[in-house]
Write a protein that binds this ligand. Structure first.
Ligand code: SF4
Length: 450
């Protein structure tokens, strides 16, 4: 899979090489992408420390590169949700990275007394900071369910992640998206004994948010999401099922958080229903731009809705929500997966940049998460390794520059943009966007505006 010359180099040599070739992409953002695509290992001593901080909640997928049954140190219950890189030989500003577990990764978190460091091939990369568990992580609902199961937070506390349906009705090899392990992850979490509610009731969500609202001031947005509903669930269609949550949340806590909903590309009438109940941001994720790859890697979506109709519905949603509030995700890197993906980074970047140009020229604001091949997904079972780091670095540049070309403001509901300020943890796209004008120092600004 790794095809570039740099791929044969040890990890920091590859980072060095790409830093030299792409000096406009901060080195800390390159390391972040490398960590996301390859995962990280933890020493026994580092896990002992991490177990006292905010744990990984498995908020929707596994995002790990080994199944739980192969975690010899019980990393699944002891590793943190996220780490924050800071300092080190290159003086990194704070950069938040989602923890994707991979005991075989060249990146290792090690303990130095009571502090943690990230190393690669034995070389120091940076210091590592962890986030305290919020008080509500120690609380339960009246029915005994932990709040960490019902309403975990990610993005360093910014986002409440409400996976209200932990399964997907696209089922089996012919329908499930090839990069997705939602159904397999649900099974492995239940088998491991983790409290893991398959369908969360509206009452459970509102009760959890009552507790969070009374104790927490850090969360600023929530995401309501889950698997696709192709038939019905509890007698409800997809839009009827998911709309109940923002409806109840906005009735009880009007405007308290920025409400975001991640569901399939719906008809305009259905999208209007989401808006009417108070959702502010809509994410109809298109996963991959290339039509052939969409039809292969997202066979269920292609069969039930279709590529062209999916794209049409995204543009239709822009008329309802306003284009800047339609933020479809794609999974960065699956364009290069075997056996169906592009053969070269050049082709993958050209295709994805075409998609960015198309959506951004309509004012729609795609965003992406960095793909790591989860072993329980179909692509993982095919033995895929991650996409080359060069692809991810060039994508950051294409993304930033296409946004700038179309003068798009930073996406809403992601916290602040800019290196040292961003909290979005599953891609570095927010780290490479320019900081808000109010946050820029005189030295950051172009001469004419100083
Ligand atoms: S629609 Fe695809 S990506 Fe979404 S949960 Fe189902 S299988 Fe996973």
């Amino acid at each position: 899979m790794l095809s570039s010359v740099a791929a044969s180099l040890p990890p920091l040599a590859e980072v060095n090489e790409l830093s030299r070739r792409f000096p406009d992409i901060p080195r800390a953002a390159i390391v972040k992408e490398d960590l996301l695509r390859r995962g990280m290992a933890w020493s026994h001593e580092a896990l002992e420390i991490a177990a006292r901080f905010k744990p990984k909640a498995y908020f929707i997928f596994s995002f790990d590169m080994v199944p739980i049954e192969q975690m010899e140190q019980n990393e699944n219950t002891r590793a943190p949700e996220e780490i924050r890189l800071v300092g080190g030989p290159d003086g990194f500003p704070p950069v938040v990275v989602s923890v994707r577990l991979n005991p075989a990764s060249p990146y290792r978190v090690e303990a130095r007394g009571e502090t943690l460091v990230l190393e690669a091939g034995g070389q120091m990369v940076s210091s590592v900071e962890l986030q305290q568990s919020p008080d509500y992580y120690r609380r339960t609902l009246a029915n005994g369910k932990p709040i960490m199961d019902i309403a975990p937070t990610i993005e360093w506390g910014y986002l409440l992640y409400l996976t209200t349906f932990r399964l997907c009705q696209y089922f089996g090899a012919r329908e499930e998206c090839q990069f997705c392990d939602i159904n397999e992850n649900y099974r492995q979490q239940k088998k491991s004994g983790r409290p893991y509610t398959s369908v969360k009731s509206v009452e459970e969500i509102v009760e959890a948010l009552e507790i969070i609202a009374s104790t927490d001031s850090e969360s600023e947005a929530y995401t309501v999401t889950g698997g696709s509903i192709t038939g019905n669930l509890d007698g409800l269609s997809e839009v009827e099922f998911y709309a109940r949550y923002p409806e109840a949340i906005e009735k009880r806590f009007p405007g308290r958080w920025i409400g975001k909903v991640v569901v399939q590309a719906l008809t305009k009438e259905e999208v209007r229903r989401l808006k009417d109940v108070g959702a502010q941001i809509y994410h109809p994720n298109y996963e991959v731009w290339d039509r052939r790859l969409f039809e292969t890697l997202c066979a269920g979506k292609a069969r039930y809705i279709g590529h062209d109709e999916w794209v049409r519905r995204i543009l239709g949603a822009a008329e309802v929500f306003g284009p800047e509030n339609v933020i479809p995700n794609f999974v960065a890197g699956i364009e290069l997966s075997r056996p169906h993906g592009f053969a070269t980074v050049d082709e993958a970047i050209a295709s994805t940049a075409e998609g960015l140009e198309f959506f951004m020229s309509h004012g729609v604001s795609p965003r992406f998460t960095t793909w790591c091949p989860e072993p329980l997904s179909a692509l993982g079972k095919e033995g895929n390794g991650p996409a080359p780091l060069e692809y991810h670095v060039r994508l950051l540049r294409a993304y930033r520059d296409t946004r700038a070309k179309h003068r798009l403001a930073p996406p809403r509901g992601y916290g602040e943009p800019g290196l040292g300020r961003a909290v979005f943890s599953v891609s570095a796209f927010m780290d490479v966007l320019p900081p808000l004008e109010s946050d820029r120092t005189a030295a950051d600004r172009p001469l004419e505006s100083v």
